[in-house]
Write a protein that binds this ligand. Structure first.
Ligand SMILES: [Zn+2]
Length: 307
């Protein structure tokens, strides 16, 4: 009996070892397949492993480790999320630059940005991605109890050098709406930085090639502005670009049609308010965050949909 038991244990051990080995190979293969353009990320990036905001690399703040994606969401969570999006909405914050420049309200001082993020974290808010927001609004997905979204328009370099370490410290991720003609230009994000942000769970989305007023250009130029920016980002990052922020917040029916025709699923405005399913996906409202706002005003805007 004893020998049989031991043989049995041996087989179980062998089975586990072989099984784990196969699983590990499977994972690494999947990672390579799903991220063909991310080679070399996370190596030698300034700020990734320095400063007070650094977290162990490999942590992905964009996913909830408690949720098993293979399991269907709890119907109670689905209906809670749907009610939240319909009756109250979700604050989608929008920033531009995070650095100090006196008199420029588009540049949020890093210390102030840190205080705003600390307020959100201390009050139980969790950042969600635009993909999560879209899935929750239109595909029956679920969101945490107190979700919010962080977006940056234009693609300033300080989104990486200043905002990224602060957000890492608080366990948040963000989306950048990148003007693609500015990539690798002075003061704007580089491809290397965009890839590092993507690897850290950020979304890099479409803010057109040249940041023109889309209501003033002809249809061919309009389609090109949207299509080329999407294609450039997808080729450079190995992602699928699904979301647009209208340059200057300006749009009309023709612009919306062009956004749809170029394969996007949702467009963000600069209209004041929270994202709600009472609006369609081409009129997503956002909460403006500006350099001279007080922390009280920030708190009001993220706590009250009718701020
Ligand atoms: Zn812009």
């Amino acid at each position: 009996m004893r020998a049989v038991k031991n043989i049995g244990k041996l087989f179980i051990c062998l089975f586990l070892i072989v099984g784990l080995g196969v699983a590990a190979v499977g994972c690494s293969k999947n990672e390579q397949q799903s991220a063909p353009n991310q080679a070399g990320q996370g190596t030698g990036e300034p700020g990734q492993n320095s400063g007070p905001g650094s977290e162990p690399s490999g942590a992905d703040p964009g996913t909830d480790p408690g949720a098993d994606p293979a399991l269907p969401p709890d119907p109670a969570d689905v209906s809670r999320t749907a009610a939240l999006l319909r009756d109250r909405g979700i604050p989608v914050l929008y920033y531009h630059s995070v650095m100090i420049e006196e008199g420029n309200e588009l540049r949020m001082p890093p210390e102030k940005f840190d205080q705003q993020m600390a307020f959100l974290r201390d009050n139980g808010y969790e950042s969600v991605s635009l993909a999560q927001l879209y899935a929750a609004a239109y595909e029956g997905g679920v969101l945490p109890e107190k979700p919010f979204v962080i977006t940056f328009d234009d693609g300033y370099e300080d989104n990486y050098t200043n905002a990224f370490p602060i957000l890492k410290k608080h366990g948040f991720t963000a989306a950048v709406f990148m003007i693609t003609a500015y990539i690798d230009g002075g003061g704007f994000l580089s491809w290397e930085q965009l890839r590092a942000l993507t690897a850290a769970g950020w979304e890099i989305e479409n803010h057109t090639v040249n940041h023109l007023d889309l209501t003033t250009i002809d249809e061919a130029a309009l389609l090109a502005e949207l299509r080329f920016a999407k294609e450039q980002l997808e080729a450079g990052l190995g992602t699928t670009v699904r979301f647009v922020a209208y340059p200057y917040g300006v749009f009309n029916a023709g612009v919306i049609q062009a956004v749809r025709d170029t394969g996007h699923q949702m467009a963000l405005t600069t209209l004041r308010g929270w994202m709600s399913t009472q609006d369609d996906p081409w009129h997503v409202k956002r909460v403006y965050c500006y350099a001279t706002m007080s922390l009280d005003e920030f708190a009001r805007r993220v706590q009250n949909p009718n701020y």
